[in-house]
Design a protein around this ligand. Sequence first.
Ligand code: CTP
Ligand code: CA
Length: 224
Amino acid sequence: TQQIKKKLPLKGKKVLVTAGPTYEAIDPVRFIGNHSSGKMGFAIADEFSSLGAEVTLVSGPTTQHNNYPVERIDVVSAAEMLKACQLHFSTSDIVVMSAAVADYTPVHVASQKIKKKDNDLSIELKKTTDILATLGKEKKAGQILVGFALETEHEEEHAKAKLLKKNLDLIVLNSLNDKGAGFQTDTNKITIFNKSFEQTVFEVKSKQEVAKDISNEILKLIGK
Ligand code: CTP
Ligand code: CA
């Protein structure tokens, strides 16, 4: 049993992971989206599953698939992702929010395809609910909440501010200034900050290896 414990340190733990972009509908044929591939979140979900955890993966539109057993919930919009996360949050021991959630969504969704006119089109937008910050407010003692920060400038300062504001235990800084990091790549370059603002800097690695680094930091946090 000692060996099983070592191999499956998260047996009996529930992990909630989000992945991919969200699509915010404008009309029946158009949406506002982003270039997130979902690769990072799927790699994280697989990694936790391989460690023995019971993984729920809430995924936006993506072509990715899992290599380990996970319960996958497909969503489209930020509002749907929020609902799915709230449904599973209270029973989760660890939550990793790697989805690239839209910050804004159209105020009105046209029921018919918007027709081209002589004048320009403008689309009125409203802010989406910050899922991570919402979960941060609901977080109970013992729950681990991990977020990402995607930055192009003042990276460290912005990442630390998000860690505090959203009541996170760890934040994974994804710097788009680094070569080999980002949305459509197979590799990533991350720095992880904990609540004491201690930082761990990692090399450019495959997203599978980055997922291992993230899970290792979480295992350290929970003393496994
Ligand atoms: N996030 C979320 N819900 C949103 C927006 C973001 O849960 N509506 C989460 C992301 O999944 C990520 C973290 O918040 O884990 C940080 O996302 P990021 O886009 O870097 O930061 P924002 O707080 O949205 O601020 P900004 O985009 O202005 O930098
Ligand atoms: Ca954002």
